[in-house]
Design a binder for this molecule. Structure first.
Ligand SMILES: *Cc1c(COP(=O)(O)O)cnc(C)c1O
Length: 244
């Protein structure tokens, strides 16, 4: 046997030992259920969203077939291609979680996705112009917990004025807040800030009770701090090839 063959034999064997996508989803669901129970929360108030960005549409389809019908993307072009490739699946709820430029707002608005990354009034205007039918668009208001304005999100101090603005425009159903903890920051402090922002938002919009937070590395902590919409990528799909 040549060296090349024996090497590929080894990698084949080790990949066979990796859990399948459906096993990974089962184990994540179990961890969600355990974390919910530990916080005295109902598992039914927590939505698992699989982030399939950078993976091909057949992986997204496999995730769906394994029972996760909430799927998220973060890049408009990739989202468009995946939505087209999966147009036969009428019960997929799409979510858009990436930074959104105004010139893509109309397309995203027409996609029936829940948009997690609404963070400025100019984007709210562009989204409002994106529909002729005045249908309701579900949104989360994204918080920026860092000092870096390039990270996307509204500063926590400006959250309520943005919420007021979105309400005044109409057309929007504000589900709640969305955030990504700052890199290298203490997780519990970050999630406490998100929870506090959510409470402030609810003081003016009682129905805006959802919290979109929690990713592969931190979703159990997020659940402890009230997360209702988990955005989980790599723990389900494996690592992303971001050069694609
Ligand atoms: C990619 C992405 C996720 C998923 O992150 P993982 O660490 O792979 O679970 C969640 N939220 C947003 C906004 C993302 O862009």
């Amino acid at each position: 046997m040549s060296l090349v063959n024996s090497t590929s034999q080894i990698s084949l064997n080790s990949s066979e030992e990796l859990p399948s996508l459906s096993d990974r989803i089962t184990s994540i669901r179990k961890r969600i259920s355990d974390a919910a129970a530990a916080s005295n929360r109902a598992e039914s108030e927590i939505t698992l969203i699989a982030v399939t960005k950078f993976h091909p549409a057949d992986i997204a389809r496999e995730v769906y077939e394994a029972g996760v019908s909430d799927l998220a993307e973060s890049r408009p072009q990739e989202f468009l291609l995946k939505q087209q490739a999966m147009a036969d699946l009428s019960d997929v709820q799409w979510h858009f979680v990436g930074q959104l430029q105004r010139n893509k707002a109309k397309f995203i608005r027409s996609s029936n996705a829940i948009i997690h990354s609404v963070d400025r009034s100019s984007l709210i205007d562009a989204l409002a112009r994106g529909s002729e039918a005045d249908d309701v668009q579900q949104i989360f208001l994204q918080l920026n917990l860092t000092d870096d304005p390039n990270r996307g999100g509204v500063a926590p101090d400006d959250l309520l004025s943005l919420a007021d603005y979105a309400s005044s425009v109409g057309q929007f159903s504000i589900k709640g807040v969305m955030a990504v903890p700052g890199l290298g920051k203490p997780l519990e402090e970050e999630f406490a800030k998100i929870h506090e922002a959510s409470e402030r938002l609810r003081s003016i919009l009682p129905d805006a009770k959802s919290i979109s937070a929690g990713m592969s590395g931190d979703f159990e902590t997020a659940i402890r701090f009230g997360a209702t919409h988990l955005r989980i990528g790599t723990a389900i799909t494996g690592p992303r090839d971001t050069t694609r």
